[in-house]
Design a protein around this ligand. Structure first.
Ligand code: HEC
Length: 119
């Protein structure tokens, strides 16, 4: 056999370089997936519609109290007797006085208002 002795080395080199590219692309893919998972993680807590109670605990407790008894903001017990559902939606999306606007996403405001009215 009169084969060029360099050929096996060249083959190994080509294979090695191929493997390197393959692994780095796979690595990139994995990194993307991890990033997506991390993003998805935060997104799911936001978009897998937080229940009104969760929203309340996150965004409202500080001013309205853990028992809806009020604090910096007025007590929310019986708010359904004082305000209509539309008025509640208005307050929790657009704010009023010292109540900040944009506390509840518009698409969740209706559900939130129903829940508040039942307190
Ligand atoms: C920075 C403090 C603060 C936060 C946070 C806050 N509020 Fe308020 N809220 C107020 C204040 C102050 C008022 C009274 C506004 C006024 O005097 O017009 C109020 C009023 C309200 C009212 C009307 C009550 C009534 O009897 O007229 C509702 C309903 C309400 N808030 C719901 C919420 C909800 C739901 C959240 C959370 C998504 C929230 N608030 C977060 C301060 C806050």
């Amino acid at each position: 056999m009169n084969r060029n002795p360099v050929i096996p080395f060249v083959l190994i080199m080509v294979f090695g370089i191929g493997l390197m590219f393959f692994l780095s692309f796979k690595g990139l893919g994995d990194a993307d997936e991890l990033a997506k998972e991390a993003e998805g993680g935060t997104e799911t807590t936001e978009t897998v519609a937080a229940s009104p109670e969760e929203i309340y605990t996150q965004s409202c407790v500080s001013c309205h109290g853990d028992q809806y008894q009020g604090g910096m903001g007025p007590a929310l017990t019986g708010v359904g007797d004082r305000l209509s559902k539309d008025e509640i939606v208005e307050v929790i999306t657009k704010g009023r006085g010292n109540m900040p606007a944009g506390m509840v996403k518009p698409e969740q405001a209706g559900e939130m208002a129903d829940w508040l009215a039942g307190l």
